[in-house]
Write a protein that binds this ligand. Sequence first.
Ligand code: BGC
Length: 733
Amino acid sequence: MKLCREPSRFMIVLLLTSSIPAAVSSQASTIDQRIDELLSRMTLDEKVGQLVQYPGYSEDRAQAIREGKIGSFLNVPGAENSNQVQRIAVEESRLGIPLIFGLDVIHGFRTIFPIPLATASSWDPELVTAIEAIAAREARASGVHWTFAPMVDIARDARWGRISEGAGEDPYLGSAMAAARVRGFQGDDLTAADRIMACLKHYVAYGQPVGGRDYNSVDMSERSLREIYLPPFKAGADAGAASLMSAFNLLNGVPTTANKFTLNQILRGEWGFEGFIVSDWNSVGELVQHGYAGDAADAARLALNATIDLDMASGIYDGQLADLVRANVIPEELLDQSVRRVLRAKFMLGLFDNPYVDPETETAAILRDDHVAAARDAARKSMVLLKNDGALLPLSEDIGSIAVIGPLADNQVDLLGSWHAMGQPEDVVTVLAGIQSRAAPTTTITYAQGSTITGAETDGFAEAVAAARDADVAIVVVGEREYETGEGASRTALDLPGVQPALIEAVHETGTPVVAVIMSGRPLTIPWLAENVPAILQAWHPGIQGGNAVADLLWGDYNPSGKLTASFPRSVGQIPIYYARDITGRPGTDFKYTSRYIDSPDTPLYPFGYGLSYTTFEYGDLTLSADTITVNDTLTVSATVSNTGDVAGAEVVQLYIRDPVASVVRPVKELKGFTKIYLEPGEQQTVQFTLRARELGFFDQEMLWAIEPGVFNVWVGWSSDEGLEGSFVLSGN
Ligand code: BGC
């Protein structure tokens, strides 16, 4: 029996309507009138121009700007630069329509924060909103109106380098982070001098390419698409994201840049998304490459029909659209719709009234003290303590000597991480510098690089071993180059690159206790470390304050509170790996013919939601507000969490459910809530979650949202694999 079934369209329209900010809707009629008026004066070429975006500015583009044939640029940051180019559009073109400037402001503009996968590990949406607001302030002051972020692709395959740009494996957490980032970039008013337009990307399912190989095709059920990969886009749209980017990949054989099912039907139709859509870089051109469009004209037609409004970098709209309209292949009304969407964004940004930026504001905004302080705070809240045997950490104040070892210990450029916008290596505080400034004057600090990140040379090992031998503790900072993560950086092996594993082994053999600090853009496979070294801190690519943040954690000035948002596999062979797996007919046991590996446990090395603290938290008193609820009810789930250790700390309390019997088999666990609390030693807090019966639903076999009666399991816990368990009944009456 189904308690409730409804087309997803209904729910989605309701949500969208309720989330339109009042400020935007009250402006809408004037904006619409101004768009109508402008459109009525535009030539066909000028209309097409609004749909054309080119990278970088060079003088040979000036004439096209004057003629109204370019509507947007990417990668023209800097107040002076952007003003200069804007002046051509505003003061020298017939209609004076301003350009919109976009840039990949992925984790900061000049003040570089930890990579998004890291900040998601804070499980702190408010923190994420705050840092995106800083990124927006710096970017807008430098003439950037629009960021190509947030990337909200769910990723369950760490081979894919772009896992670094998202929030990890889970749609619930991914949705919370998507909305938080959109709010941070956009605020309530896009005309404000410190806000930029967000762009949800890459629509859609780009995060699950076959083999983890970037740009590769995606083959996926509609259920996975709707339940796992679409929700963060929906959440971002509901939070008011004004634009969205299509992707490079095929989805079930159809390129996502011309996919009428995902774009016209779901995004525009079911969700009523009215923002504008930009293609990804040359993804309109790649319709030909994919073998989906016969030629450039065909590509332009297919993309515009799928409501791709702005053509990034391919030049195909520029070259083809006007002729296609003249030949009646594309109705002018379709073109007008796209032009309207782009113009609306320019009006919403206030560009017609304020096209320029003040270089003095730019100077004042960049690297403000409070921005740098926020970068440090974000970095320490993003790091995840994976292991801490024998309470090796925190270090004692009077520790005699520390050996700081490893190719990332005195490194600046790689701590910036991929997509670091205007970030500069010289802004980065290295781990060595962070340790030197934090350690007591009586502590001796020696440094040995040991090896490079990717090279094969072991000449530096002897010095590293000697440094470790003489020290009370060895802090070994290892990981990936920023270049090895992000776009076009898929890997088949996820070990620490180069000779770094051997370097740590050599240091470990000295008998000096080792703290491994890992700086990477993805979960790496670190079973040897997990087995052998006493302490592991996952520090990700932590941004400009990374070194200070590591020192904060090493000495316990900040108690680690990050939790993983992507499972750490034991080996690449386990990938894709994620906690919300389906229940199989043969759950793994010791018996051979069950769903397991014969050479490895099937569990991850470290699960989703996992992360240690310097204190201990005890969970108790799981209480459900009712044993039985009906479809219109809300269940309250509460538990008490006590800090039973000696130091204060923050804990991410997580709520999971499971529907053990359903008409479509459900995952073993699904995250449905989380909250982060801060407790002094001895303090206790009752945490309450509300779970609406509607949230227990799923897409049924006909792809309708269904809520089915029955028993449900519920957990309140400290990671996806541990917690207090209860159950309740959703009644059919
Ligand atoms: C990436 C996008 C990015 C764009 C512009 C593309 O290669 O896939 O994420 O926004 O370039 O830099």
